[in-house]
Structure formats: structure tokens, C-alpha cells
Write a protein that binds this ligand. Structure first.
Ligand SMILES: NC(=O)c1ccc[n+]([C@@H]2O[C@H](COP(=O)([O-])OP(=O)(O)OC[C@H]3O[C@@H](n4cnc5c(N)ncnc54)[C@H](O)[C@@H]3O)[C@@H](O)[C@H]2O)c1
Length: 265
């Protein structure tokens, strides 16, 4: 891991490519909501929030429409474990905004009890979203290339013994991203892939650690959190913007902890 100076890139001053149309899964709340807000502030032409929580999704849509205008934002109810609902997101986004050139596979859960749901959401959801992105950004659907950002985790780089299923999904997500980034055929059609790997950040998901069944696992999780520290959502969003806007990060895996800051892995 190589540390990268916090000051090496000015995210506030950086501008986004004109005409950017983005889809953010899990965009109704938590990190996804903050990423979506940041993209709209960076003048995204269009943004689709794809989330299975209709109440939060509609509330976030209202907030964003009030701030940025109804013509720049939409919400599509979608469970990323559903093939048809996910494809619907791409169809509706393209119909409203004309193209898609940034897909953020962010929806994710911690659920060690229902490990298959965790795999279906975190890994298969990310793979499904990536496959759709490749199709809709490729020439088959009239696309002109673009970028896929997969939101993995520090647990995708260093195993977390208190959540082995989550760890497996995030390691796989990083491997998936790296393999696709290395594919010359995808490079030739102008699609790049990056992965964001934060450690603990201040959202609802962290509270899931309290629900771990064993005291031993809860103690390990608490010790890890105390050691690495808790990131604020804005700090993670700044790193997300680097992946999207800074040429240096194109196709790379960015790790982030409160303790060590940004690292290239
Ligand atoms: N917060 C952290 O500590 C942390 C650390 C590392 C990585 N991450 C990753 O960041 C991503 C976002 O997490 P967060 O902290 O914002 O969580 P969060 O629980 O605050 O938000 C997750 C959002 O995803 C939505 N969602 C969940 N399952 C879905 C599904 N099947 N289909 C569609 N939408 C779904 C939820 O409705 C919610 O809006 C996840 O992939 C998570 O693994 C989070």
C-alpha cells in the first residue's frame, strides 16, 4: 500500500466531463446519497438514484430536485438482486437523459446470518450492475464508453474475521474490478473501472456490527474500529470524487482509513 497525500488533488476545483449521466445504486441514503449529491454539485447532466427503499428514495429525490432541478435527477425503485429491476434502471435512465457514462455500484449490506443475501447484494449486484454498464456504455446500445466505480471496502483488502461473508464479497469485488480494468477489449471501447475501499464510515451499516451474534466478534469489530477510526461521509465522498475526476486514479483501487488516509493498493 502506498500512502497518497491528501493535498495531491483539489477535488473542490476539479470539474467533471460535460454531459455526465450517472447511476448510483444504494443512492437513497448513506454514502450513495452523498456521492449522488457530489456528482450533481459537479454539474452532472443527469443522475439516477437506484435503491430498493422507496420511502428514502423518494425523499432524497425531492431534496435533490429542489436543489438542482427536476430535469437532472430521477429515482427508480430497484433491488440490485433483481435482474429485471436493474435493467429497468438502465432503460429509464437512458430514456430520460439520452446516455449513461458513469455507473456506481454502491448498494451493499452486512448480513452474516443471511450470507446468501449478502453475496447476492454485494457481489452479484455489483457484477450485474457492471455487466449492464458495459452493455449500455458500449456500442451495442449506442454508448460511447464511460466509467464504473465499484464500492468495495477495506475488508476487501484485509480480511475481517468478524464478517467473513462480507469480506468474501468485497475481495471478489476488488478482483472483479482489477480483472476488467486489465481487459484490453474493454479498454478499446473506452470503459474504465475503479474500486473504492473505505474502512469504517459513519453510516447506518456500521450499526450492523452491534448485531453480530458472538461477543468475541463484537469485541474484534470494536477493536478494529477503535484502531482505524471512523470516517465521516464527506471524507469518503472526497475520495470517491478523486476516483471519478483525477486521471491519476483512473483504473485504480483506492483505500481509505481515518488512521492512514488515502492509500493506493
Ligand atoms: N459505512 C461503512 O463503514 C462502509 C465501509 C466500507 C464500505 N462500505 C460500502 O459502502 C456501500 C454503501 O454503504 P453505506 O455505509 O452507505 O450503507 P447504508 O446502509 O447507509 O446505505 C446503503 C443503501 O443501499 C440501499 N440498498 C441496500 N440493499 C440494496 C439492494 N439490494 N438494492 C438496492 N439498494 C439497496 C439501502 O436502501 C441504502 O439506501 C456498501 O457497499 C458498503 O459495503 C461502507
Amino acid at each position: 500500500m502506498t500512502a497518497v497525500s491528501k493535498d495531491s488533488f483539489d477535488t473542490a476545483a476539479a470539474e467533471m466531463k460535460d454531459g455526465t449521466v450517472a447511476i448510483v445504486t444504494g443512492g437513497a441514503d448513506g454514502l450513495g446519497k452523498s456521492f449522488s449529491h457530489a456528482l450533481l454539485k459537479k454539474k452532472a447532466k443527469g443522475l439516477c438514484i437506484a435503491d430498493f427503499n422507496e420511502t428514502t428514495g423518494n425523499r432524497t429525490l425531492r431534496e435533490f430536485a429542489d436543489e438542482f432541478g427536476e430535469d437532472r435527477v430521477m429515482f427508480v425503485k430497484c433491488d440490485v438482486t433483481s435482474k429485471s429491476e436493474f435493467e429497468d434502471v438502465f432503460k429509464k435512465t437512458k430514456a430520460k437523459f439520452g446516455c449513461i457514462n458513469l455507473v456506481v455500484n454502491n448498494a451493499g449490506i452486512v448480513n452474516e446470518d443471511d450470507w446468501e443475501k449478502c453475496v447476492d447484494t454485494n457481489l452479484k449486484g455489483t457484477m450485474r450492475g457492471t455487466k449492464l454498464a458495459i452493455r449500455y456504455m458500449g456500442s451495442e446500445e449506442g454508448g460511447e464508453g464511460g466509467m464504473v466505480i465499484n464500492v468495495a471496502s477495506m475488508a476487501g483488502l484485509q480480511a475481517a474475521s468478524f464478517m467473513p461473508t462480507y469480506t468474501a464479497t468485497k475481495f471478489a469485488s476488488v478482483g472483479w474490478t482489477r480483472a476488467l480494468q486489465a481487459d484490453p477489449c474493454l479498454k478499446a471501447i473506452g470503459i474504465t473501472f475503479g474500486a473504492l475501499c473505505p474502512a469504517f464510515a459513519n453510516t447506518a451499516i456500521v450499526k450492523e456490527m452491534d448485531r453480530l451474534n458472538s461477543d468475541v466478534h463484537r469485541d474484534i469489530a470494536t477493536a478494529a474500529l477503535q484502531k482505524l477510526g471512523l470516517l465521516e461521509v464527506d471524507e469518503v465522498t472526497d475520495s470517491f470524487l478523486r476516483l471519478v475526476l483525477d486521471k491519476f486514479w483512473e483504473g485504480k483501487v483506492l483505500g481509505l482509513t481515518k488512521l492512514n488516509g488515502i492509500v493506493q493498493v
